[in-house]
Design a protein around this ligand. Structure first.
Ligand code: SAM
Length: 397
């Protein structure tokens, strides 16, 4: 992929670009563009050649297997937020609802150096790399660390490729954050670890946090027992302004809702009653038909068994006679339409009125998304001014 895809904008899709293909809101696929390759979806096949050379944001169409139908995709330029929605999950990830709040609370910007542990799937790392001056991220799972490093490399984020991110394979709870070649001098810390309380004391090591400047920390933990232990560790290690927050991210959609009058409400009640009555009547008639046929069958059986002397012709006539009367009744029932086609009512079943149809009145409303893509954890924030003079005083004495 082009190295700078995540860090700069470009207008036209080129070969080797990593593009994000938007199939639907819940289905975005990262694909590297190569002449001669295809992108297959259930809506049809999209040759990469039909995408290369088009402006980012284009809608691309392809004819589906069924004649005269078209499938559509949109080709988008990667951003950190879209990557969060499309990345291969190797762990639980931090979603944008949380990351946007975290970055705001940690006051991150181009002058910030942030420590992140663990890297996980690199969802937050991408957002941090876009915003911060430097990202020092740590992951103790070797395979996961390598996969993340490979992805960061492909996205042009690594410091060794003129990016701003350094990934270190390290168990920060046991070995801390110290780098071989430099001091971290972090202005912010983000810990998404099962046991952040074991990592917090390592932040006291000289060179890890910036001196004489307010440094902020955020610990991301899904359960309250973890928060409890984190609070204790933060207090014990001199962190202040401790606060716990939970994000409940929700999307609100702007929609139109049909304006309904009292008459409409009365009509729906009438309609429901009509449907109910018609249903009951139909069921009664069905039951009656079943009973009549059962009676007819049992009568035929009795006659066959008991009157051995009765001629076959007589029996047939009798059965036909009784059956004919009942059948006629039932046939008449079936022929006369029981369910009147209901008149229009805006609440009614069976009518699909397109939202915004100019034949009806609409008002603008906001609705909440039914599915919310946000695994929230508790966010524990704290801050500290790490003053070396004050910290060393007791030892000096
Ligand atoms: N924030 C990440 C994201 O947005 O993709 C997800 C982090 S994931 C939930 C937690 C990661 O921390 C895992 O990959 C795990 O291997 C790593 N981890 C757990 N304990 C660690 C430790 N002591 N040192 C370094 N990494 C650790």
């Amino acid at each position: 992929a082009s190295k700078s895809t995540f860090q700069s904008y470009k207008d036209i899709v080129q070969e080797n670009d990593l593009v994000l293909i938007w199939i639907s809101r819940d289905h975005i696929k990262p694909v590297v563009m190569k002449h001669g390759e295809n992108f297959n979806t259930r809506y049809g096949t999209f040759p990469h050649t039909s995408i290369i050379g088009k402006p980012y944001g284009s809608q691309i169409a392809t004819r589906t297997a069924k004649a005269n139908k078209f499938g559509f995709i949109h080709v988008l330029q990667p951003t950190a937020e879209l990557w969060t929605l499309s990345l291969p999950h190797r762990t639980q990830i931090v979603y944008t609802y949380d990351s946007s709040y975290i970055m705001n609370r940690l006051r991150l910007g181009p002058n910030s150096t942030i420590i992140e542990a663990g890297t996980g799937s690199g969802s937050l790392s991408h957002q941090l790399a876009r915003t911060c001056g430097k990202v020092l991220t740590y992951e103790f799972h070797e395979v996961r660390c390598e996969q993340a490093k490979q992805e960061f490399k492909e996205h042009g984020l690594l410091e060794e490729d003129n990016g701003n991110l350094v990934i270190t394979h390290r168990d920060v709870c046991n070995e801390g954050f110290k780098l071989n070649d430099r001091d971290c001098e972090a202005s912010a810390v983000f810990l998404d670890l099962p046991a952040p309380w074991d990592a917090i004391p390592h932040l006291n090591t000289q060179g890890i946090l910036k001196k004489n400047e307010k440094v902020s920390v955020c610990c991301f933990s899904p359960c309250f027992e973890q928060v409890d232990k984190t609070l204790k560790a933060l207090k014990e290690n001199g962190w202040q302004e401790i606060e716990m927050v939970e994000i409940q991210g929700k999307n609100f959609e702007s929609r139109r809702q049909m304006v309904r009058t009292l008459d409409d409400a009365i009509n729906i009640l009438k309609d429901q009653k009509e449907r109910k009555d018609a249903g009951i009547e139909k069921r009664n008639k069905m039951n009656k038909k079943i009973l009549t046929e059962a009676a007819k069958n049992s009568k035929t059986e009795n006659q066959t068994e008991n009157s051995a002397t009765t001629s076959k012709d007589e029996t047939k006539a009798e059965v036909e006679g009784s059956g004919t009367e009942a059948d006629k009744q039932t046939d008449a029932t079936e022929q006369s339409p029981q369910l009147k086609k209901p008149k229009f009512n805006p609440f009614g079943k069976g009518f699909k009125v397109k939202e915004g149809d100019l034949n009806y009145n609409w008002i603008q409303v906001s609705k909440m998304e039914s599915e919310i893509k946000s695994h929230t954890s508790y966010l524990t924030f704290a801050s500290k001014i790490y003053d070396m003079k004050r910290e060393t005083e007791p030892n000096d004495q």
